[in-house]
Design a protein around this ligand. Structure first.
Ligand code: AMP
Length: 315
């Protein structure tokens, strides 16, 4: 069950070229402002690609796809170079890097977007290199679904397509998002977004409807209550790591997706991959932006992952 690269409909697609063990991650590369009830950080490295790149780049060759402006900081560039297989799909053009600001309420349950400044993303038209086109696994991290489609159109025949999105695109670009979902294997979505996209309150009902939109697996993320993996035949509940001290939840979903995608590139089971993503997400929230994800060692991930795996149940 839940083995993607080694069985099922994807097995026949193996052997497409030298980048067959690589992970393409397309999404936003950002400079963030984050305000919590306790603290505030400005000009920190963020974006869906950034958060996904670090846990995955520690384990498999990753090809980030995105755009940055002339203001992109040197230390950000160093981080990208360190965790990427190639930087040839990170375009740098004159202008401002995508900027996003968010403010959390006291209990973390709610986040207000303070601003979203598209900057160089406004006129972005991704053109993939040959190595990117041949990536085995494609993670379409959060970005306008039109850009996700453009990336997907250029990929030659990925074994596996994993998609993430957000409430903004459900509200403003639903038709394009539905086109992406038709070509998606694994769809990552949080609880509120699943209700928003389907108008179903009950998670199992929402998942059933989401599965009809194209993906063969839907993973609903529920923050501190963990996540649930839905397929046509099964539902598996994955707990969150316990005793986590939240400092800044920004990017937890992207970090989850990056950690999970890397293990799928390695041919691990989906259960193992989701537990890996869960462990990395628990690390992400314990620091501002990427700071804790950057400095966490493998042993700590293994410890957290073992805890998660020991609590897996059938829903
Ligand atoms: P998350 O907490 O998982 O929603 O991810 C937050 C990250 O996504 C931040 O680092 C932001 O820079 C980035 N982000 C916020 N809004 C958008 C958007 N509209 N499109 C793409 N990325 C975004």
């Amino acid at each position: 069950m839940y083995s993607y690269l080694r069985d099922g409909r994807n097995a026949g697609k193996m052997g497409i070229g030298k980048m067959e063990n690589s992970l393409l991650i397309a999404g936003s590369i950002a400079i963030d402002l984050v305000e919590t009830a306790q603290d505030k950080r400005d000009n920190i490295l963020g974006g869906s690609v950034t958060h996904a790149l670090i846990p995955s780049g520690k384990q498999v060759p990753v090809i980030p796809v995105g755009i940055i402006g002339s203001d992109f900081p040197e230390n950000g560039m160093d981080i990208y170079k360190k965790f990427s297989e190639t930087m040839e799909n990170v375009q740098q053009v004159s202008g401002q890097t995508f900027r996003w600001g968010g403010k959390y309420h006291e209990n973390w349950d709610q986040r207000d977007t303070l601003f979203t400044e598209l900057g160089v993303f406004e006129n972005y038209n991704p053109v993939l290199s040959d190595s990117a086109k041949n990536a085995a696994v494609v993670f379409l991290a959060n970005i306008h679904p039109e850009l996700q489609l453009s990336v997907l159109d250029q990929c030659t025949n990925p074994h596996l397509v994993i998609t993430d999105s957000m409430n903004l695109w459900i509200n403003t670009a639903k038709d394009d998002l539905l086109k992406v979902l038709k070509r998606t294997n694994i769809f990552l979505i949080n609880e509120e977004e699943s209700q928003q996209l389907t108008t179903r309150e009950n998670l199992a009902d929402a998942a059933e409807q989401l599965l009809q939109m194209g993906p063969d697996t839907v993973i609903i993320k529920m923050g501190s209550r963990g996540s649930a993996i839905f397929t046509a035949d099964d539902c598996t509940c994955i707990p969150a790591v316990s005793d986590v001290s939240v400092i800044d939840p920004t990017g937890a979903g992207d970090t989850f997706g990056g950690g999970m995608s890397a293990l799928l590139v390695l041919g691990e089971s989906l259960l193992n991959a989701v537990s890996e993503g869960t462990a990395w997400a628990s690390v992400c929230v314990e620091g501002f932006g990427i700071e804790k994800t950057l400095r966490t060692e493998r042993a700590e991930i293994d410890r957290r992952k073992a805890e998660v795996l020991s609590g897996v149940t059938t829903c």
